[in-house]
Design a protein around this ligand. Structure first.
Ligand code: 13P
Ligand code: SF4
Length: 364
């Protein structure tokens, strides 16, 4: 068995240069040399079992470009005592080949808190990395690209929540986890797409303010007697789907099961056979095994599910999230080599935000 020290020595030796140290006030981080990224028989042998996982969705000609990064990342994770948390929208070479944990927003939040690793590399967008940091303040949380944002998180600020409180005194405010730490710190409780209805009904109020996704709010409002007051944000990926588009897919692909994410407009959800979080959508395919399916969500998810599914034909409209796609294998490797970009949340703000996230977890 290779020890951490042996793996680290192998890294240093293979690049033939000294390991530098970066001081950040809490101790020393080694900046490791960038590993050799050439395609070789050794890399091919070390990654052959991983290629089997993605062979249905990554052509053989592309593998020599991914495999050296995959091997280097998997080696370096052990050196750093790091885990990679990947959202279901990450590309297959990340999702199936370097991620330690995959899931929807709620699952990733819980996994971040439960993992014993010292370092979390977030394969996802900034609010997800912040949520990891909020739940695990003692861990080093890295995001491979600081610009990986989210149209929902960008649509609302802490000052907006304070203004809502003045406008609707006493009405509980729920924030989707797709929000900044500043927003989470101001609200009463968080929710994700998998628990939004439950959270709203758990508050015992006849009126609830849901922020920031107007469509998630409309989709919850359709299932409850609670009066929902909605912020007007939207996911730039899901709001582009239309009911007409789905009807034309149904006409072209008889028998197709259409499953949608609740960030889609109400009429899109109504035109679908099922709606749920990304994890619930994956579960639908795994358990119901439809002969034909169309996932009305970010397009990498269909690749990830198709890679591990037999007997189902995937109809694939492709709306991709430009923020999720900022996370790539070279950037993940760079994160682990340089220990960047570190996501920091002011401890007092994090403590307040943690109350809202923890209330959500406890309610679930
Ligand atoms: P879930 O994975 O929680 O369903 O969220 C989808 C999403 O858009 C995350 O950015
Ligand atoms: Fe935000 Fe939509 Fe991208 Fe998810 S898919 S990160 S909600 S913009």
């Amino acid at each position: 068995m290779t020890t951490l020290t042996q793996t680290k020595e192998r890294f240093s030796a293979s690049a033939g240069s000294a390991v530098a140290s970066l001081r950040d006030g809490r101790g020393a981080f080694d900046i490791l040399p960038t590993p050799n990224l050439e395609w070789s028989p050794e890399v091919e042998a070390a990654t052959a079992h991983l290629y089997e996982r993605v062979a249905k969705v990554i052509p053989p000609v592309e593998w020599p470009f991914h495999a050296p990064y995959i091997k280097a990342i998997n080696d370096l994770k052990r050196v750093r005592d790091a885990v990679i948390l990947a959202h279901n929208y990450q590309t297959p070479e990340i999702y199936h080949c370097v991620a330690d944990y995959v899931g929807d927003s709620l699952q990733l939040a819980k996994l971040a808190a439960a993992s014993p690793a010292k370092v979390i590399v977030q394969g996802g967008v900034h609010f997800m990395a912040e949520t990891s940091k909020i739940l695990s303040p003692e861990k080093t949380v890295l995001i491979p690209d600081l610009e990986a944002g989210c149209s929902l998180a960008a649509s609302i600020t802490g000052a907006d929540i304070r203004a809502l409180r003045r406008e609707y005194p006493g009405v509980p405010i729920v924030a989707y986890v797709n929000t900044s730490a500043e927003v989470k710190a101001e609200v009463d409780i968080c929710c994700t797409s998998s628990n939004a209805l439950k959270i709203v009904e758990s508050l015992g109020s006849d009126r609830v303010i849901m922020t920031p996704d107007r469509y998630l709010a409309e989709n919850v409002a359709a299932q409850t007697k609670v009066k929902i007051i909605a912020w007007r944000g939207a996911c730039e990926v899901h709001e582009r789907f239309t009911a007409e588009e789905l009807e034309s897919y149904r006409a072209d692909h008889p028998g197709v099961k259409i499953i949608a994410h609740p960030e889609c407009p109400r009429e899109v959800v109504e035109a679908s056979d099922f709606a749920g979080s990304t994890a619930a959508m994956i579960d639908y395919v795994r358990t119901k095994k439809p002969a034909r399916v169309l996932l009305v969500t970010e397009c990498s998810m269909a690749d990830n599910v198709a890679a591990e599914t037999t007997g189902t034909e995937f109809i694939r409209p492709c709306n991709f999230c430009p923020h999720m796609k900022r996370i790539t294998l070279p950037k993940i490797l760079d994160s682990l080599v340089h220990m960047r970009e570190e996501v920091k949340v002011d401890p007092l703000l994090a403590a307040r935000a943690r109350v809202s996230v923890q209330r959500m977890i406890d309610a679930g």
